[in-house]
Design a protein around this ligand. Structure first.
Ligand code: ZN
Length: 196
């Protein structure tokens, strides 16, 4: 028993009992849908690193790692679905996972943007000091990180996505105050870094 690539109904006959397509026609429908989903996913993926840094969450790096994993998983799924479809193998589960992933860059990006944009809270200020700084050239804007001792329990360090100016004016060991906003959706984000 195989599933129809287009509608997912179980099929034994030449024509799918649910959508009436032949196997070949159903594969064309599936391929077209894969392309549309990929065209939704890719711009969202390109936009996410920028959207996520307008109001950078404290845990930006963890989110970027999660997002990178998501990106490679989606690409892997497209290739796998395409190969299995060509071999007339079942793709129903893979297809559902992929179609579930494709809006995520937009959803996550919008969530981080709105978390900052709609924030009506007041910043909290945490005194700490700079441990180190690092910069990865050639990557997106948020590749500068100011490492400071964390004020949060169960965190030793904070990797702050500092503005270029802030990044340039601090040195290792400087006493600083970090402003943190609560976030409209409860995701704390970096408001600014100031000299103590
Ligand atoms: Zn069908």
């Amino acid at each position: 028993m195989n599933r129809c690539p287009a509608c997912g109904a179980e099929r034994a006959a030449v024509l799918c009992p649910a959508c009436g397509l032949t196997q070949e026609a159903a594969e064309v429908v599936l391929r077209r849908r894969l392309i549309v989903h990929t065209l939704v996913f890719l711009p969202g993926s390109l936009l996410f690193p920028f959207l996520s840094q307008l109001y950078p969450p404290l845990d930006l790096d963890a989110m970027l790692v999660f997002f990178g994993t998501l990106f490679f998983l989606a690409i892997f799924l497209v290739v796998l679905i395409d190969r299995r479809t060509r071999a007339h193998q079942d793709v129903e589960l893979l297809k559902r996972i992929f179609f579930g992933l494709t809006p995520l860059p937009w959803v996550l990006g919008a969530a981080l943007f709105l978390n900052g944009r709609l924030d009506r809270g007041k910043p909290e200020f945490h005194p700490t000091s700079v441990v180190s700084r690092f910069e990865m050239k050639g990557l997106v804007r948020g590749s500068r990180r100011l490492m400071v001792y964390s004020w949060r329990e169960s965190h030793r360090l904070e990797r702050l996505a500092a503005e270029p100016d802030d990044f340039a004016r601090f040195r290792d060991g400087d006493a600083v105050v970090v402003g943190v906003m609560p976030g409209a959706l409860g995701i704390p984000w970096l408001y600014g870094v100031y000299r103590k």
